[in-house]
Design a protein around this ligand. Structure first.
Ligand code: ASP
Ligand code: MG
Length: 414
């Protein structure tokens, strides 16, 4: 018998019929002798609806009140799930974040969990209850309700699993696991049986939007075994089979298993490139360009500076596409008068494609294989960045699908 946390997303909780399917699945695990804690999202579309109501009143809502409003979606879904479990003859009790309590900081709409009190939950589990805890929400030091940001129920579930030292955290969702790349782009993409949380972090931050990134960070930090699996299977399927399905995100690198060098190809269409051409190459220029950009709260991702010629150089970096105009405005207003560049230009027709894998640590030549593959397709590389387990390139947007497919094949993932 072990303590297991299940998380169900909005689609799985999308109707009272689906909620009853969730209850059947949870009841099956409970009957098999596990102590069960369930963390559901709001019913699908509900959080959008609630935030939309706020926007009907004002374009500039107070974030504290937004959280007060958005958190209600999860309160409804936990109560409904408790009723559905009781109907199955299972003792069940639901709690909101503040009742547990799940303590967070006061960063409304993107709060971070600080601690979770497990006393109440443990007592109920000891008395044979299935405990249902709202995802997405918590309470700050001043007693105000907070939310963890969109998709935050994933993080709630992993945090609850960490606090309770659960055996495993199972994240039931509408995809059946983590794939080598997006199957909509490469039909030959395969589901990975296992991935390390470090790789998952790279995959998640690059656009495989399976889990909220913060939940993966949490899983890595607190060593929570986390599994992503389908909620669309028959709720009555064999428990052993279900427990092995999906993708396990582990903190252990498994050397017994034959490890592919590359685990997946990730991509991101959300970035834009800014180029500042013809700036004097002298100390402090990078700071004079990026300082004001950072001050304007614009996140910068890749950065390159060319070798200089005749004392002049070009400088490029990428930002989120939504922030391109803001960054350009800052550069024109605050930076250009100081550096007197020949030209400042923005390009949002770019994308970032990355190969990800812990196997890279012990293999050389991955970068050259990647560049060779792109060259063979006639794709020009505009920027390159590397980390220990990832190589990313910026290329023209229109070649993204071609690049993903070519790399998927070249690295033997098909
Ligand atoms: N209901 C919240 C949202 O839609 C949290 C979640 O689903 O994870 O973002
Ligand atoms: Mg989600």
């Amino acid at each position: 018998m072990s303590l297991i946390v299940h998380k169900y997303g909005g689609t799985s909780m999308g109707s009272t019929e689906r909620i009853q399917n969730v209850a059947r699945r949870v009841a099956k695990w409970h009957r098999a002798g596990h102590q069960m804690v369930v963390v559901p999202s709001a019913m699908s579309g509900e959080t959008n609806r609630l935030l939309g109501l706020a926007r009907e009143i004002t374009d500039n809502p107070d974030p504290r009140e937004l959280d007060q409003i958005a958190a209600t979606g999860e309160q409804v879904s936990v109560g409904l799930l408790a009723l559905a479990l009781q109907k199955q003859g299972v003792k069940a009790r639901s709690y909101t974040g503040w009742q547990v309590p799940v303590r967070t900081n006061s960063a409304y709409t993107k709060a971070r969990i600080e601690s979770i009190d497990d006393a109440r939950v443990r007592e109920d589990l000891g008395n044979g209850y299935v405990v249902i805890i709202t995802g997405f929400q918590g309470i700050d030091g001043a007693g105000s309700i907070t939310t963890l940001g969109r998709g935050g129920s994933d993080t709630s579930a992993v945090a609850v699993a960490a606090a309770l030292k659960a055996e495993e955290c199972l994240i039931y969702t509408d995809v059946d696991g983590v794939y080598t790349t997006d199957p909509r782009i490469e039909p030959d993409a395969r589901r990975l049986a296992k991935i390390t949380f470090e790789e998952m972090l790279e995959m998640a931050s690059l656009g495989s939007k399976v889990l909220q990134i913060r939940s993966v960070e949490f899983a890595g930090k607190y060593k929570v075994k986390t599994r992503v699996l389908s909620s669309l299977t028959d709720p009555d399927i064999d428990l052993q089979e279900e427990a092995q399905s999906g993708t396990l995100i582990t903190y252990e690198e498994d050397d017994t298993m034959e490890q592919a060098v590359i685990s997946g190809i990730a991509f991101n269409r959300d970035e834009a490139k800014i180029t500042i051409a013809g700036v004097p190459d002298k100390p402090g220029v990078a700071y004079r360009i990026l300082g004001p950009v950072a001050q304007a709260n614009v996140d910068v991702d890749m950065i390159i500076q060319n070798a200089s010629h005749d004392g002049m150089t070009d400088f490029s970096f990428t930002v989120h596409r939504n922030e391109l105009q803001k960054a350009l405005d800052v550069l024109q207003a605050k930076v250009q008068p100081e550096i007197n560049a020949r030209e400042i230009s923005g390009d949002n027709q770019i994308c970032k494609v990355s190969v990800v894998g812990i196997g890279m640590r012990s293999h050389v030549g991955i970068a050259s294989q990647m560049f060779e593959t792109l060259a063979a397709e006639g794709i020009n590389i505009q920027m390159i960045s590397t980390s220990e387990i990832k190589i990313s390139v910026v290329i023209a947007d229109k070649y993204m699908e071609l690049a993903v497919r070519a790399l998927h094949k070249a690295f033997g993932l098909s």
